[in-house]
Structures are given as structure tokens and as C-alpha cells.
Design a protein around this ligand. Structure first.
Ligand SMILES: Cc1ncc(C[n+]2csc(CCOP(=O)(O)OP(=O)(O)O)c2C)c(N)n1
Ligand SMILES: [Mg+2]
Length: 1031
């Protein structure tokens, strides 16, 4: 009774407003417009049979009639013709002529209209049947039997309904009559054996166009209410909806050959026995086992097999902890001994770096797919504990692999993302990643998402963990179909996985497979789940493992016999035992064996850089001039740009004639020259095409032709590498993760992410903390991504001022107290660091540091604090002379004025970085203190230029040393620089501070206070008595 009540609620007709919404969502835009609907709906609104849900059916008929008037019954044809001709309300309907004889083959024909004197009733009943079919399509998943435990934690009214496939509608309908307003869409028991035409929006008929109601219900029950719950009716595209209906409604479509069943059983054996083996050998080790969702392994293998069959030869995967070792062993096929040896606590690490736990490491493997006999490469991206953080990284890597092999439609390279139910619903990055899925410069042309929905997250129930009915609702925002499936029915799982892979290869859009399962043990193997989920776990204890259930099924069907089954188990156990024996010979753990993205040819065979030098980053005059000219022109015919932009380009042209560059032009020079050398450049971030500060203008827009654009950077050289510049979605976490993934794929690309303002990087903090900063140490994986972070105190308020340099500097791995013993600081120091942090004060230095990033023989992340007001500062210009061959990036720019001429006379050296240099020189000049105070610019903050700064400090023996910054004392660079500067001078002198006071916020919101603070810090910097009393 309870069940039936639930069922009734789920199948209840939509309200009028719901109907309108749903219809407007899934109608195609053209040629079927809403105008056409209004054309008939206005005059016929008063037709007696057009109410509530019946209008659904009428619309179906109307669309069919529009396409082909003969496709609908004669009565509808006349009705629509009259309505369209403007018949008055209530007069468009005429009694129909007799039905054609096309249904004469049906034995129930006596129930059809010929025998039916009441045509109104006929129409109503058809409308009711149409509504019924639609109700199953929309809501059938609510009552499907998805939960293997039968306790359904999904937040619907109640537990699933069990309806026998042999519909006992008498009982069923009786309940519904009581429980739904107006009964079962007006149908009653006498209708059960009546035959109804099926609308074009269902495939349950197979070859038949009409069926008795009893059979219609039975088939709908079979399609939508068994172990698969299909959620798809929110999809806007009719063709896609039809495709899905056909995949699940066609009678007998879910058939498996005996061979397929045996393969499925063998895969379940591997999945199950792998976990059992680990449990036997290391019962007290954490492994985040897959017990309760062993079907994940055949599920993934099915997606890969089907995708391989459709032409995919490279699959990039991302996944969390749960079942990861099993996936490595049985999907990626990592050697078992490599996995087992990780459980040996005495194993020494062979590689530099801190390494990572065994269930975080990545993997790359190329092999033959046995099912399709085609080569396939599988890569599992290394990930941190931070759930879902790897999602955008996987997408970026996938995009890059597609880009490098010219796979513009995602036919060869694809991604699969695995999720836990709690994380999928809870982590915002899932949403941010979904929103990249259909953007031209970010799409990977469809991802297959698989959710291990064990109905729990650590100790938290779904009802406490999410407000949506399913953990997968987030996918609805991109119109991805969602296939919920009971993970204890392996054939249903394999079926939906096949459909998911086919969907991806047909529509190149995301799709979700929700494996509704359970977690047999605690969160990890050491955890006691009964503390918090006693009833659930009582049920789980009673649950027969899926392998056992499926084996029994196949044995009962005669597909395998008991000895064959046992032999399959023994065979795999033996493989595990032998690998275990071999694993004992492993003495050393090589993390580099777990690389997810090898860069063939970039390193020597033992993974070392091919040299330890960096060529000059300078460029010849001809190339500088050529790039400058293209940057100041419109290199296509008949292209009208905005007048203001013409002026900007003209100014650029004049700068080129004068052999000077500003910031934007320096960036152009760096990009343009690297493109010539075959280096792909990708610049991504919010509004990067124009540049937040309207300085870049890398994409020109024709003022007369909509969407006509020109990227001059792609018109530089005959065989240049392509330049990609793309405005991103408004996401930092997602987009930075994506670009990091893109940069992982190849060392021969300059991949840059620009924050709108530097402060906004903190919504991507997880990517910075978990991947960029420690990536190489954890995973022996280098990455040359560049972060451009606009920074500077310019009176713009607490936000839009600071890129938080202190945070990046705090994460640098160089020792503040040790002067490095190196012959070559220029390159060696870079090799040893975890990332490079710079704040350039000249365009030329910015140009060099970008080029150096690629010309170095290894890759390190590069963090650049970029200017805002300096973009247009007349002094922030560089001459071509500073960019010619032989010139290079200056880690430190010493004072070049009177102070440097007579260094012994100098009373104070001001060390600084970035924009404040210009404030300091202006002030020094105003105070005529050029001979008293030297100003030294630290351009590369980390790794710290110990060698050069030592030289600078020694050059001015009588001078006080002062660190000057415009940031607050507890922010900026001071805490990082001070101990290091002291190390360079053997702590012989103090290092004083001139800058803003400590503060909670990065900057004041009051412009006047800002200027007062600035003046105060300049006063301190040039007051030679300022530190007297402190000495
Ligand atoms: C961002 C983040 N927050 C918290 C955690 C701690 N944590 C680890 S596993 C887990 C539960 C995950 O549940 P679910 O996503 O359902 O995966 P399951 O373990 O059930 O497979 C939590 C909260 C984490 N790893 N990452
Ligand atoms: Mg879970």
C-alpha cells in the first residue's frame, strides 16, 4: 500500500505550469516555433478536450501533422486545418471518419474506434495513455529499483515500488484512483485491454504502432522501473531524447550473448578477488576498497571497449581514492607487483621529492584492447586527497592531447571522470568543470562520468550531505543524461555503460552513470561503520556479494558451470600470488614509474634534463621589428576595427619605430618569437583576449560584421605554431586546473593563466596548493604553467590590490638560512626549486622571463606578479637594446645611477621589487638623494638570488640595508626576503623595513588613506635617521 502510494505520487500528472515548462524545454527551436503553436492554441483553447495534460498529446499530434498531415489520424488532420484556418473556439473539431485498416492485424481491433461510438472518449483515452507514457519517461526513475540494499536513501517520498511485470492493474489502479486527483488519467479497468495508438515519442511498440494498455504499462515498467532509472526528459534536444528512449524502450534491447556474460563474470572475478587478495595479505592497511561496488571494473572496461570500438585510442581518467588500486590493476593494467610492493613499508624511495601515498599516484599505459584488438592508451591522472580537484586537470590534459593530435571533435581522445556520491554533490568544482564542457576552447567533446554512489560519504548520510534528490543533479545543468543503475545487476550496469559510451561518441556531450551501490566496510578498512550507520550496515552484512549472485545466475542459466567458475577464480588468485612473490624482489620504489604524462624525448632516458644551461633569451632586431609591426596592424583585408583601437595600434607602431616596447608589446614579442620556434602558446583566463586593463587586444573585432574576429598573432610567420587566446568562464578553480592539465601534456607549449586581478587566484587555491606548488615533489611530474597575477597597491581597495605574494613565497622550498653552494645560480637554482616567483619592473625583463620559461631544459611553474598602472607608465618602457641577442633575464637590477658610481658614499640601499621602484626613484629625485641612496630591484624573488644580492650588499659597505615594499608588513615579501638577505651578509647587519604597517586587509578602501600611507612609507625609506634609535 505504501509503495503504491509512492508510485502514485510519482506518476501524478504534471500541473499546467509544469507542462508548459517541460514542453518548452524539449522542443526544438526551428522550424517548429512557438508561433506555430499559438496559431492553433488561441482559437482552440475552448475545445472541450484540451485541458491540462491533454495538451501534451495534442501538441505531439500537431507537430506530427505539421511535418506530414497524413501521419496523423484524419480527425486530427481536419481539426488542425480548421484551427489553422481560424475556426471559432469550439468549432474546429469534427467527428472523424472511420479509421483506416492499418491496425487490422491486431486481434483486439474490436476495441478500436470503429467499434467506438464515443469519439470524445477515444481522444481522452489516447491523451491519457500519452500522459501515462510521458509520466514513465519523466518519473519512472523515481520508482525504479535502484538501491541494492532496498533501503533507498534517495530523498523521495519512500522506498521503491515493486510492480510485477505482469501488471495487475486492478489493484494498481484501485490505489491510484484513491490517491490521484481524477484517477489514473481517467483510465479505468475496462481500458486495460483496449488497444491504443502509440505516439511517436515512444519506442515500446517495437514494430507495432498500437498496443493494449496492459502491454503498454508492462513495457514501460520494464523500460523505466526495473534496475535502470533513466533521467533525461529535461534535455532540450528532441533528437537526443528520442535516441535515449529508443535505447531503453525498444523491446528486448538489453540482450547479452553467453560470451558477453562470461566476460562480465571474469571481470567481476578479477575485481572481487583483487580486493580479497589485498585484504588477506594486508588486512590492516588502508586501501579504500571497492567492496560493494565491484561492478565498477566491468563498468569502466565496458566504456573503454565501446569507445575503442568507436575509434577512441586514448582515454584519460581521473578518480578519487575508492577502488583506485583496483582500477590501476584491472583497468589500466599496472603490473601487480608494482602495486603490491607499495604495501611494503620498508621500501626506499628512489626519486627525489616527498612522494605520495599509493592511492594517489597516476599511471600511463599503452596496450592492445583485447575486445577490439586496437591499440589503446590509458592514463590515470595523479590526484591529491582533495576530492574532485583533479576534474578540471583531467579535462585540460584531455583537451591538450586532442589538440596535439588534431582531434578537433574528440573522436580519438576522451576523458572518464569517477566520483564519489558525497563529493560529486558537495564540491563546487564539479559544477565549474561541467560548465567548461561546451565552451569552444575548453570542450573535450563529452566526458563519461561514473559515480560510485555507495550512499554514504565517510560517516554522513545523503540526507545530511545534499539537498538534491540524487547526487548527480548537478549534471542536469549541461543537459547530460543521467543513467542510475542498481550496481547489483551487472548486466544492467554494462548495458548503461555501453549506452553512455555510445551517447558520447554520437553527441559528444557529457553523460553520467550513477552506480547505486553500497560500501561493505567502513570508509577505509580500519573504520567501524556500525558506530554511525547501524541499520544500513545490518542490511549490508546480509547482502550477498555481487559476484556470488551473478555467478549463481549464470550457473542457473547454464552459461557457466561451477568448476569453470572456480577455475576462473583460482586462475586470478594464482596471478596475484605470483605477482606478490615477485614484488618481494623490489627493493626501491620508483615514483617515476607512476607518471601520468611522460614527455618522450624531453629528458634523457634516466629522466634528467638534456643540459644544464639556458641559451640567451634575446631576439634579433629583425624579428622584434616584424612582430612589432604585426602587433600594430590589422593583417587581414576589409576589416574595420574600432577607432579607439586604431589609435592604440598607431601608438604601438610608433613605439616600434622608436625601438621601444611597453608591457603589452613585450608580451607580444615573447609570444610571437616562441610561436616562430614552434612553441604553442595558450593564454586563458577571464577577459584575457582584450586584457582586463584593455592593454592587450589580441583579438580584433570587425565593427561591421558580427563575430568576425582576427588574431594578428596567428599571422606572424609562415609555419608558426598556433596561438590560442581564450576568454574563460568565470571560474578560477576550474580554469586554472584546466590549464594546469593542458600544460601537463607537453613541455613544448607555453600555457598561461591570467587572473582578472591577482586576489582572485585564491578561489583556485586548491590547484595551487595541491598541484602547482608540490606537484613535482609528490609525483615527479614537472609542469611549466605560468600564472599572471595582476598586483599592486593603487588605491583600489582591499580587493583588486594584492595577489598575495606572501603566500606564494611562503611555499617556496629554498632554505632562508643557507647560502646555496652552487657554481651556476642562473640555471641550477631554478632546477632545484619548486616554482619560480618573479615581479618584473621592466617590459624587457617580462619578455625574457617568458622566453626563459621555454628555453630552460626543464619545466617549473612560474608565478608572475604583473602590473596594472605600469602598463601605461611612461617610464615602464624598454628599448629593443635590452632584448637583443646576448641579453637575458635579470634576476636583480642594480642601481645604475650616481649611487653606483660612488658606492662607498652610499648611506642606504633600498631593496625593493615591482612597481614601488618607480615611486622610490621619483621620491629620491625629488629629494635629490641619488648619491645617498641606492635602489636595487629584486626581479626574481624565488629562488632567491643570494649570489647577486650578496654582491649588491658588499658593493655598499657603509650603507644601511632596507627592504622597502608598498604592501603591509605582514604581507608582501618582507618575511621571505629578510632572513635570506641576512644570510647573504652573514647576518652582519640588520635589514630594516620601510613599508605599510601590519594589517588584516590587504589595502585600505579609502583613497586618501592610501596616499597618506604611501607618503609615509616613502618618508621612512628616505629618512636616513629612521632606524637610528633601533640600531
Ligand atoms: C575536498 C575534500 N574534503 C574532505 C575530504 C575528506 N574526505 C575523504 S573521503 C570523504 C568522503 C567521501 O565520500 P564520497 O565522495 O561519497 O566517496 P566514498 O568514500 O563514499 O567512495 C571525505 C569527506 C577530502 N578528501 N576532500
Ligand atoms: Mg560515497
Amino acid at each position: 500500500m505504501l509503495n503504491l502510494r509512492t508510485c502514485a505520487a510519482k506518476l501524478r500528472p504534471l500541473t499546467a505550469s509544469q507542462t508548459v515548462k517541460t514542453i518548452s524545454q524539449h522542443r526544438p527551436a526551428a522550424p517548429r516555433t512557438f508561433q506555430q503553436i499559438r496559431c492553433y492554441s488561441a482559437p482552440v483553447a475552448a475545445e472541450p478536450f484540451l485541458s491540462g495534460t491533454s495538451s501534451n498529446y495534442v501538441e505531439e499530434m500537431y507537430y506530427a501533422w505539421l511535418e506530414n498531415p497524413k501521419s496523423v489520424h484524419k480527425s486530427w488532420d481536419i481539426f488542425f486545418r480548421n484551427a489553422n484556418a481560424g475556426a471559432a473556439p469550439g468549432t474546429a473539431y469534427q467527428s472523424p471518419p472511420p479509421l483506416s485498416t492499418s491496425l487490422s492485424t491486431l486481434s483486439q481491433a474490436q476495441f478500436l474506434v470503429q467499434a467506438q461510438p464515443n469519439v470524445d472518449k477515444l481522444v481522452e483515452d489516447h491523451l491519457a495513455v500519452q500522459s501515462l507514457i510521458r509520466a514513465y519517461q519523466v518519473r519512472g526513475h523515481h520508482i525504479a529499483k535502484l538501491d541494492p540494499l532496498g533501503i533507498s536513501c534517495v530523498n523521495f517520498d519512500d522506498a521503491p515500488v515493486t510492480v510485477s511485470p505482469n501488471v495487475d492493474l486492478a489493484v494498481f489502479k484501485e490505489r491510484l484512483r484513491v490517491l490521484t486527483v481524477g484517477g489514473f488519467y481517467g483510465l479505468d479497468e475496462s481500458d486495460l485491454d483496449k488497444v491504443f495508438h502509440l505516439p511517436t515519442t515512444t519506442f515500446i511498440g517495437g514494430n507495432e504502432s498500437a498496443l493494449p494498455l496492459r502491454e503498454i504499462i508492462r513495457r514501460l515498467e520494464m523500460a523505466y522501473c526495473q534496475h535502470i532509472g533513466v533521467e533525461f526528459m529535461f534535455i532540450n534536444d528532441l533528437e537526443q531524447c528520442q535516441w535515449i528512449r529508443q535505447k531503453f524502450e525498444t523491446p528486448g534491447i538489453m540482450q547479452f550473448t553467453n560470451e558477453e556474460k562470461r566476460t562480465l563474470l571474469a571481470r567481476l572475478v578479477r575485481s572481487t578477488r583483487f580486493e580479497e587478495f589485498l585484504h588477506r595479505k594486508w588486512s590492516s592497511e588502508k586501501r579504500f576498497g571497492l567492496e560493494g561496488c565491484e561492478v565498477l571494473i566491468p563498468a569502466l572496461k565496458t566504456i573503454i571497449d565501446k569507445s575503442s570500438e568507436k575509434g577512441v585510442d586514448y582515454v584519460i581518467m581521473g578518480m578519487p581514492h575508492r577502488g583506485r588500486l583496483n582500477v590501476l590493476a584491472n583497468v589500466i593494467r599496472k603490473e601487480l607487483e608494482q602495486i603490491f610492493c607499495q604495501f611494503d613499508s620498508k621500501l626506499e624511495a628512489a626519486d627525489e621529492g616527498s612522494g605520495d601515498v599509493k592511492y594517489h599516484l597516476g599511471m600511463y599505459h599503452r596496450r592492445i584492447n583485447r575486445v577490439t584488438d586496437r591499440n589503446i592508451t590509458l592514463s590515470l591522472v595523479a590526484n591529491p586527497s582533495h576530492l574532485e580537484a583533479a576534474d578540471p586537470v583531467v579535462q585540460g590534459k584531455t583537451k591538450a592531447e586532442q589538440f596535439y593530435c588534431g582531434d578537433t571533435e574528440g573522436k580519438k581522445v576522451m576523458s572518464i571522470l569517477l566520483h564519489g556520491d558525497a563529493a560529486f554533490a558537495g564540491q563546487g568544482i564539479v559544477y565549474e568543470t561541467f560548465h567548461l564542457s561546451d565552451l569552444p576552447s575548453y570542450t573535450t567533446h563529452g566526458t563519461v562520468h561514473v559515480v560510485v554512489n555507495n550512499q554514504i560519504g565517510f560517516t554522513t548520510d545523503p540526507r545530511m550531505a545534499r539537498s538534491s534528490p540524487y547526487p548527480t543533479d548537478v549534471a542536469r545543468v549541461v543537459n547530460a543524461p543521467i543513467f542510475h543503475v542498481n550496481a547489483d545487476d551487472p548486466e544492467a550496469v554494462v548495458y548503461v555503460c555501453n549506452v553512455a559510451a555510445e551517447w558520447r561518441s554520437t553527441f559528444h556531450k557529457d553523460v553520467v552513470v550513477d552506480l547505486v551501490c553500497y560500501r561493505r566496510n567502513g570508509h577505509n578498512e580500519m573504520d567501524e561503520p556500525m558506530f554511525t550507520q547501524p541499520l544500513m550496515y545490518k542490511q549490508i552484512r546480509k547482502q550477498k556479494p555481487v559476484l556470488q549472485k551473478y555467478a549463481e545466475l549464470l550457473i542457473s542459466q547454464g552459461v557457466v558451470n561451477q568448476p569453470e567458475y572456480e577455475e576462473e577464480i583460482a586462475k586470478y588468485d594464482k596471478i596475484c600470488e605470483e605477482a606478490h612473490a615477485r614484488s618481494k624482489d623490489e627493493k626501491i620504489l620508483h615514483i617515476k614509474h607512476w607518471l601520468d604524462s611522460p614527455w618522450p624525448g624531453f629528458f634523457t632516458l634516466d629522466g634528467q634534463p638534456r643540459s644544464m644551461t639556458c641559451p640567451s633569451t634575446g631576439l634579433n632586431e629583425e624579428d622584434l621589428t616584424h612582430i612589432g609591426q604585426v602587433a600594430s596592424s590589422v593583417p587581414v583585408e576589409d576589416f574595420t576595427i574600432h577607432g579607439g583601437l586604431s589609435r592604440i595600434l598607431k601608438t604601438r607602431g610608433e613605439m616600434v619605430k622608436n625601438r621601444t616596447v611597453d608591457w603589452a608589446l613585450a608580451e607580444y614579442m615573447a609570444f610571437g618569437s616562441l610561436l616562430k620556434e614552434g612553441i604553442h602558446i595558450r593564454l586563458s583566463g577571464q577577459d584575457v583576449e582584450r586584457g582586463t586593463f584593455s592593454h592587450r587586444h589580441h583579438v580584433l573585432h570587425d565593427q561591421n560584421v558580427d563575430k568576425r574576429t582576427c588574431i594578428p598573432m596567428n599571422h606572424l610567420w609562415p609555419n608558426q605554431a598556433p596561438y590560442t587566446v581564450c576568454n574563460s568562464s568565470l571560474s578560477e578553480y576550474g580554469v586554472l586546473g584546466f590549464e594546469l592539465g593542458f600544460a601537463m601534456a607537453s613541455p613544448n607549449a607555453l600555457v598561461l593563466w591570467e587572473a582578472q586581478f591577482g586576489d582572485f587566484h585564491n578561489t583556485a587555491q586548491c590547484i595551487i596548493d595541491q598541484f602547482i606548488c608540490p606537484g613535482q615533489a609528490k609525483w615527479v611530474r614537472q609542469n611549466g604553467i605560468v600564472l599572471l597575477l595582476p598586483h599592486g597597491m593603487e588605491g583600489m581597495g582591499p580587493e583588486h590590490s594584492s595577489a598575495r605574494p606572501e603566500r606564494f613565497l611562503q611555499m617556496c622550498n629554498d632554505d632562508p638560512d643557507v647560502f646555496p653552494k652552487l657554481d651556476d645560480f642562473d640555471v641550477r637554482q631554478l632546477y632545484d626549486c619548486n616554482w619560480i616567483v618573479v615581479n618584473c619592473s621592466t617590459p624587457a625583463n617580462f619578455f625574457h622571463v617568458l622566453r626563459r620559461q621555454i628555453l630552460l631544459p626543464f619545466r617549473k611553474p612560474l608565478i608572475i606578479f604583473t602590473p596594472k598602472s605600469l602598463l601605461r607608465h611612461p617610464e615602464a618602457r624598454s628599448s629593443f637594446d635590452d632584448m637583443l641577442p646576448g641579453t637575458h633575464f635579470l634576476r636583480v637590477i642594480p642601481d645604475g645611477g650616481p649611487a653606483a658610481q660612488s658606492p662607498e658614499q652610499v648611506k642606504r640601499v633600498l631593496f625593493c621589487t615591482g612597481k614601488v621602484y618607480y615611486d622610490l626613484t621619483r621620491e629620491r629625485k625629488a629629494r635629490q638623494m641619488e648619491a645617498d641612496v641606492a635602489i636595487t630591484r629584486v626581479e626574481q624573488l624565488s629562488p632567491f638570488p643570494f649570489d647577486l644580492l650578496q654582491r649588491e650588499a658588499q658593493k655598499y659597505p657603509a650603507a644601511e640595508l632596507v627592504w622597502c615594499q608598498e604592501e603591509h608588513k605582514n604581507q608582501g615579501y618582507y618575511d621571505y626576503v629578510k632572513p635570506r638577505l641576512r644570510t647573504t651578509i652573514n647576518r652582519a647587519k640588520p635589514v630594516w623595513y620601510a613599508g605599510r604597517e601590519p594589517a588584516a586587509a590587504p589595502a585600505t578602501g579609502n583613497k586618501k588613506t592610501h596616499l597618506t600611507e604611501l607618503q609615509r612609507l616613502l618618508d621612512t625609506a628616505f629618512n636616513l635617521d629612521a632606524f637610528k634609535d633601533l640600531a
